[in-house]
Ligand binder design. Structure first.
Ligand code: ADP
Ligand code: ZN
Length: 750
């Protein structure tokens, strides 16, 4: 046996590798003053790094003892065992390599803020509500507020966290009123150690509707899959996809396994939450941007300890520990919010599929308008497609109608976005007591302001972007940096006072509608008129109750909401999206219009979708209105075009991005990178680089943006090349104030 001179360190310490939150593609060796094993992989440690105390994550336990331990800095162990499980670490390792982002920084994105900051992995107090022990039923009968009656109904099924009630759309004012009346009481939820599958209760709280034949087929196919497989649940809006998820989830829960459901932020409405909370007796957790840091951590612990069996969340919920994961669902898989656009630029669909693979469980991608990438994978036989072609609950599919704006009189309405024919139809439908949804993806009053004399247009001083006129707020606003300015009285350039507003936005259209139909009730739904969840609920409630008959909105309205009495959907401006230089624009337009159209006729009444255009011959528009053509046909056509041009998904792309406050500095830096890459390039067959180009919007918030686009038909080649790009740049160490990033599989063009 070798003689150890420093017996203390040899016997009681362990050497670990730590990933740190720094832009560095390596981990660092530290020691902890105790003996630990692999159970601590994924534990956090407090380390001193470059003079700063910070939290890192253990990625490896080194069994070797022939290391000069005395020289290593000491780390303080924060968790007795890993709080990031192996499958999540492996997903992040994969993501780090695929998206060229340092693992330590990936951990930083994956962890809830409190854990990132070193807080203990434990609950504090969780405020919850329950019925009073001896509920005074007489008092309950006398309740007048519908909301209070509903709250009592929910609590009859068991206690609920305040967070749950908030998510289901109940207001704390009503809860407090009930507390005051002595009907319900506030308590701190006891931190049970019971796991969701140890509960002997029935899994269901309510009796679900009987699935139709298509739904049965989908439920059967997915539920019978007990290994990794990617399903595309391709169902038209209202076909009952969510109902299929709920049934499949029920089956997974019965096996004692847990479920992860990813949804776009915009779809997290009280109705969505309510469907899950109402259906299952199993605790449901959620994770999204409307939570406090504490609530996020609670949800993280709920899932990690199997207290909850269901997690509904947005993008980052993907990194939550879920032991015994039995199913992943990605609802609205085509939605762009699954892609993160800064720091760790991952696509949640991509990494979720990897996570399902690691857990050998099925994953369901649901959409009425699947992404071309997904359809391509179906065509290749990598994903399995299941169709839902009829609307559940007997609703019918809407009819389409085109209005050729060239034949319309130039009325005041047309100047504000609504032609005479549509104006008449709105009148007819609302007179019948039906509701109308108008879609315009442009907020503000007028798109921009121009001087009638000299033609000067008013541009944001910080960005290459036209300023939008907001009448009510009485200002010009930049929709990129959100800065605002006074509306000028005269032109800065020539002094003329004739300034013309050009292009209409939702604010102007709603002004016209309110003037034209003063008694009908118009709800404008966009980011200016709706700033809180509460406001949105109030507006939606007026629509549900029928006190308002017209709603006018941006894409805030396009998904997630059910309006059974809407019989007319009007698409006000399709033309501006038809001629974009982004090759994804037609795909996005087809998706958006199909989704909006799906809002019509969700109830028993026949719905109609009216599209106004100056380009009635446009191919996409004609496909949209053709009853023999559906989204899938359009998408397959678009894929053919992509193929002939070798665009994604037939090739792989990445952007090399760079920006600085100093234009020359950014340009020169990236040009220098370009020269080096161009020399490297010959080692990589089938790889193409563009020159250094300005972004479409070069100046954003006073920073100048440039890029190089890299394309390859081979993903591996692209990845190897990008690894070299990354090495090359990190070696050079960035000049002061130059920001650099690599974006793999971009979904928008720069
Ligand atoms: P999607 O997610 O495809 O938009 P949903 O699951 O939300 O569709 O279903 C649309 C509506 O039809 C919902 O109100 C839902 O409760 C109802 N629904 C779904 N499946 C059935 C069914 N089998 N029988 C009756 N109603 C159903
Ligand atoms: Zn700006």
């Amino acid at each position: 046996m070798p003689v150890m001179n420093n017996s203390e360190t040899t016997n009681t310490c362990t050497i670990i590798n730590v990933a740190v939150n720094r832009p560095l593609f390596r981990d660092f060796a530290y020691k902890v003053n105790c003996l630990i094993g692999d159970e601590c992989i994924g534990s956090r440690v407090l380390i001193n790094f470059a003079g700063l105390s910070q939290v890192g994550v253990i990625t490896k336990i080194n069994p070797t003892i022939d290391f000069d331990k005395a020289k290593l800095k000491e780390a303080k162990l924060l968790d007795k065992q890993g709080i990031i499980p192996k499958d999540v670490i492996d997903v992040l390792k994969f993501g780090s390599g695929y998206y060229q982002y340092p693992l330590g920084q990936c951990f930083n994105v994956a962890l809830p803020k409190l854990l990132r900051d070193g807080a203990p992995f434990s609950y504090e107090q969780i405020p919850a509500l329950k019925l009073e022990d001896n509920l005074d039923e007489k008092k309950v009968e006398k309740l007048k507020s519908q909301e209070q009656i509903e709250i009592i109904k929910v609590l009859r099924q068991g206690s609920a966290r305040r967070k749950e009630l908030r998510e289901r759309g109940f207001s704390s004012t009503q809860e407090n009123a009930l507390i005051k009346k002595g009907l319900i009481k506030l308590f701190n939820e006891s931190i049970e150690t019971k796991k969701f599958y140890e509960n002997t209760n029935e899994i269901l709280k309510e009796t679900p509707p009987e699935p139709n034949l298509e739904q049965k087929n989908a439920i059967y196919t997915i539920s019978n899959c007990h290994e990794f497989n990617t399903f595309l649940l391709n169902g038209i809006t209202g076909s009952g996809k969510t109902e299929v998820y709920l049934r499949v989830i029920e089956n997974v829960l019965k096996e004692g396994k847990a479920v992860l459901i990813l949804v776009p932020e915009i779809a997290l409405t009280p109705q969505t939450f309510d469907r899950f909370y109402r259906r299952f007796n199993v605790p449901v957790s959620s994770m999204h941007s409307a939570l406090s840091d504490r609530e996020r951590l609670d949800a993280y612990i709920d899932m990690a300890t199997s207290k909850s069996g269901i997690l509904i969340g947005t993008r980052t919920a993907l990194f939550t520990p879920i032991p015994n994961l039995g199913l992943i669902v990605i609802d609205e898989e085509h939605d762009s919010s699954f892609k993160q656009n800064d720091s760790f630029r991952y696509h949640a669909r991509n990494l979720a599929i990897m996570r399902a693979k690691l857990n050998n469980c099925p994953i369901v991608l649901g959409s009425a308008t699947p992404s071309l990438e997904t359809i391509y994978n179906v065509q290749k036989g990598v994903y399995q497609r299941i169709d839902l072609t009829i609307r559940a609950g007997g609703a019918s599919v809407p009819k389409f109608e085109l209005i050729d704006l060239r034949n319309e009189p130039l009325t005041d309405g047309l100047k504000t976005g609504i032609c005479q024919t549509l104006e008449d139809e709105i009148g007819e439908e609302t007179a019948k007591g039906n509701q109308v949804l108008l879609f315009l993806n442009r907020r503000g009053y007028a798109h921009h302001l121009v001087c009638h004399q000299c033609g000067h247009v008013f541009v944001c001083p910080n960005c290459d972007n036209l300023l939008t006129v907001h009448k009510k707020a009485n200002r010009l606003q930049c929709h990129v940096c959100e800065n605002f300015y006074d509306i000028p009285k005269t032109c800065y350039v020539c002094g003329n006072d004739e300034l013309v507003e050009q292009g209409f936005g939702t604010e102007q259209v709603s002004e016209f509608l309110e003037h034209r139909y003063p008694d009908i009730g118009v709800e404008r739904i966009d980011r200016d008129s709706v700033t809180t969840k509460k406001q949105l609920e109030t507006k939606l409630n007026r629509i549900r109750l029928g006190t308002s008959k017209i709603m006018l909105g941006t894409q805030m309205l396009a998904k997630g909401h059910d309006f059974p009495d809407v019989t007319l959907v009007g698409i006000l401006d399709v033309d501006s999206s038809l001629f974009s230089d982004d090759f994804r624009s037609l795909e996005n337009t087809a998706q958006l219009l199909t989704q909006v159209s799906g809002r019509s006729g969700r109830g028993k009444k026949q719905g109609k979708v009216v599209i106004q255009t100056h380009h009635p011959d446009n191919l996409l528009i004609n496909q949209l209105i053709d009853p023999n053509c559906n989204y899938m046909t359009i998408a397959e056509g678009l894929l053919e075009t992509r193929k002939s041009m070798m665009l994604p998904p037939y090739s792989s792309q990445a952007f090399i991005l760079c920006n600085s406050q100093n234009r020359t500095k950014a340009f020169n830096f990236l040009s220098d990178v370009y020269r080096k890459l161009n020399n490297l390039k010959d080692d990589y067959p089938n790889l193409a680089l563009t020159h250094v180009l300005s972004d479409k919007m070069e100046k954003v918030q006073n920073r100048y943006h440039f890029h190089i686009l890299v394309t390859s038909i081979n993903r591996k080649t692209l990845n190897l090349f990008l690894t070299n790009v990354r090495k090359l740049v990190s070696e050079e160490s960035l000049p002061n104030d130059v920001r650099f990033a690599i974006e793999v599989d971009p979904i928008t063009m720069y």
